[in-house]
Design a protein around this ligand. Sequence first.
Ligand code: SAM
Length: 285
Amino acid sequence: MTTVQDGLRFLTQYLQNERQASWPEVVVDHPMREARLLLAHAMLLPADRLSLLAYDQLDESTLETALIYASRRRMGEPASHIVGSRAFYGRDFFVDKRVLDPRPETETLIAAALAAPFSQVLDLGTGSGAIIVTLMCERPDSVGVAMDLSEDALAVAEQNATTHGVVDRIGFDVSDWFQAVGGQFDLIVSNPPYIAADEMGALQPEVRLYEPRIALTDGADGLTAYRRITAGAPDHLTPGGRLIVEIGPTQAAAVAQMMTDAGLSDVSVTQDLDGRDRVVTAHKA
Ligand SMILES: C[S@@+](CC[C@H](N)C(=O)[O-])C[C@H]1O[C@@H](n2cnc3c(N)ncnc32)[C@H](O)[C@@H]1O
């Protein structure tokens, strides 16, 4: 008899085996964790249920399904696309090729936003909607506006807002940063594309091939979006309002200077859990 535990062990080994000859760059960094996700998905169960079922029988067709998922993973497809969701700040978000997978680092931006009260939020470059949906869930009296240049991304964000019961409190629209934004907000958040064009070649294939280029890079020095966002923010912040952006770890000084030059004050930098500069916050006087 094959048990769930046997299946998990087999899939873990399969994922950590030597790199694909046909695709030598693909390395599964967390084979055990991803094996759990894929097996649970094949069993139509949440991953945290697997341990309880470790000694139950695993039928052959379920193991075959899990193996198909694992072979897709070894060919480079992200586990989040195979299972159709990614966990972010304790909630599951639907993701596919239309959006960036929400990253754990972005939870640092959420923590910074939640550190002070807000009631009207603007999320620029909303992608999957992970940021705005989380903020609306965490602060049930708030309302928000979610903008993105990608209509495809907005469709995903709206789907996630519906799933999490906050769609009625968010307006969605296509906008090139502030171009279609009206009114003022006491909180503006953004995690814009910040990878420089010449850094793109170093990305893992699952990022380069499965996430939209527009979500990753500005095609230039990685700072284009910050120039636009910091220049536009003062007109769209209420007095005392905050601008909070995620950054790449080497961009803190440049982005902080842009905020100061735009007339914003109390500029501060927050580190992520790995101790890298990750979020810059500024206030309108
Ligand atoms: C790094 S992703 C962030 C997605 C999501 N906010 C998150 O944190 O997971 C950047 C997002 O900015 C959007 N974007 C890129 N250029 C833009 C522009 N000129 N105006 C508005 N949004 C843009 C992309 O479509 C993408 O959804």
